[in-house]
Design a protein around this ligand. Structure first.
Ligand SMILES: *Cc1c(COP(=O)(O)O)cnc(C)c1O
Length: 404
């Protein structure tokens, strides 16, 4: 065969096959079936165990699951570049409008918002100070906090170089202000307060010192996203990756325009300020906006009823075991103020402890994380996917039944 004919012959083979395949009804008997679409499973690929969260939003358990709208926002914006100054400004303006405040920005979580807010209160728009913080010359800036409000997260405040000054009661607070005071921080979910929100604001305002409210985990209710700016707090933070169901590494800082502008100057995309290691990427800015929009537009009453219904369904399954009792309990908040199912039993009849049940749930397949105390198992329902409600009920029932 001449070379020319070989080439011709080769090109003819696939053509012919394609011709047969597309025109003859019995073609499927000859053609190889298309391979089933293989979905890449990165959990499997890396040997990471997927977990069912029958608890509350927990940082170590990756916060919450992003809403489909958020994933859509992330995916649909990933294919083009954006000027990050413009994006932060425009997303911020939209969020500010939605929350009825002067200004807002997306931070890398509430802890970052605390750091940036404190930095803003220290530096304002002073470029020299922005460059030097946390190593400013002179006495350390001071942030006033109630003694009973001290908590793990206030390290985000002292990271700026600020010193925390503890006070108890309005009188002590009043006396704590001096030339070094830059901010007063209120931890909204503190167990106890010796100074009320209103007193706190009145005293700080008298001294013209900015106030910061940490309400990171304090939705629901949705009204909390509007309440504290109306009360008069200058800066407020909420986590993006808790019940708002945005990206876990995103958060909101909002309030007074001059302070938010100063906070932006202390953040990426500026090259070197204190907030630079806490960058938020483009997709998460879009994602945070989408999450907040979706959260505000949600039918909260319907969602609440769905949570109550989930508790009831799990309760009904578990109470088929003698002595097991379920009770729907709404946490008094302000953090995690939503329903969970508290389960108790007579440990002489069902011979296991909540601690052992939790261990069995965690090490089982699928792995389930719930909470509890010595005499009570707490099953969270708000982070379950619809199909997981029965899975959790079945697993808990199975474990309790084995102990009868
Ligand atoms: C979760 C939480 C934070 C930290 O929030 P991130 O968004 O994870 O940075 C700060 N303060 C309180 C009260 C919290 O609950």
């Amino acid at each position: 065969m001449k070379r020319r004919n070989i080439l011709k012959g080769l090109s003819l083979v696939p053509l012919t096959a394609a011709g047969i395949g597309s025109s003859l009804p019995f073609s499927s008997a000859f053609a190889a079936p298309p391979p089933p679409p293989t979905k890449r499973d990165l959990f499997k690929e890396l040997g990471v165990t997927p977990v069912i969260n029958a608890g509350v939003t927990m940082t170590f358990l990756s916060g919450s699951l992003m809403m489909p709208e958020v994933l859509e926002a992330i995916n649909s914006t990933a294919h083009d570049f954006a000027n990050m100054y413009e994006l932060q400004d425009k997303v911020g303006a939209k969020i500010a409008e939605m929350l009825q405040v002067e200004a807002a920005m997306v931070t890398s979580g509430a802890a970052c918002a605390m750091l940036l807010g404190t930095a803003a209160a220290i530096t304002g728009t002073d470029q020299e100070k922005i460059k030097l913080i946390p190593n400013l010359p002179g006495p350390r800036p001071e942030v006033i906090m109630q003694k009973t409000h001290r908590y793990l997260f206030d390290q985000a405040v002292s990271t700026t170089g600020a010193k925390i000054v503890e006070v108890e009661g309005p009188e002590e607070m009043e006396k704590a202000f001096n030339a070094n005071t830059v901010m007063a921080l209120f931890f909204n979910a503190a167990e106890k307060s010796s100074v009320t929100h209103e007193e706190f604001l009145a005293i700080a305002k008298k001294h013209k010192i900015p106030t910061f409210l940490d309400a990171a985990a304090d939705v629901p209710p949705v009204e909390n996203l509007f309440k504290f700016q109306k009360l008069g707090f200058d800066m407020i933070t909420f986590s993006g990756g808790k019940m708002i169901r945005g990206p876990q590494s995103a958060g909101l800082l909002f309030g007074r325009k001059d302070l938010i502008e100063a906070a932006k100057l202390n953040h990426s995309p500026h090259e070197a300020p204190i907030g630079r290691p806490m960058k938020v990427n483009k997709e998460e800015m879009f994602g945070m906006y989408a999450a907040l929009k979706s959260y505000l537009e949600r039918d909260h009453k319907k969602e609440w009823n769905e949570w109550l219904d989930r508790c009831k369904r799990i309760q009904a399954q578990l109470e088929t075991i003698a002595s097991v009792k379920g009770e729907t309990v709404v946490d008094k908040g302000p953090a995690n103020a939503f329903p969970s199912l508290h389960v108790t039993w007579d440990q002489t009849k069902v011979k296991t402890t909540p601690k052992d049940v939790l261990e069995a749930l965690k090490s089982g397949t699928p792995s389930i994380v719930a909470n509890g105390k010595d005499d009570m198992l707490s099953i969270g329902v708000v982070l379950l996917k619809p199909e997981q409600v029965n899975i959790v009920a079945r697993r808990v029932k199975e474990i309790l039944q084995q102990a009868v």
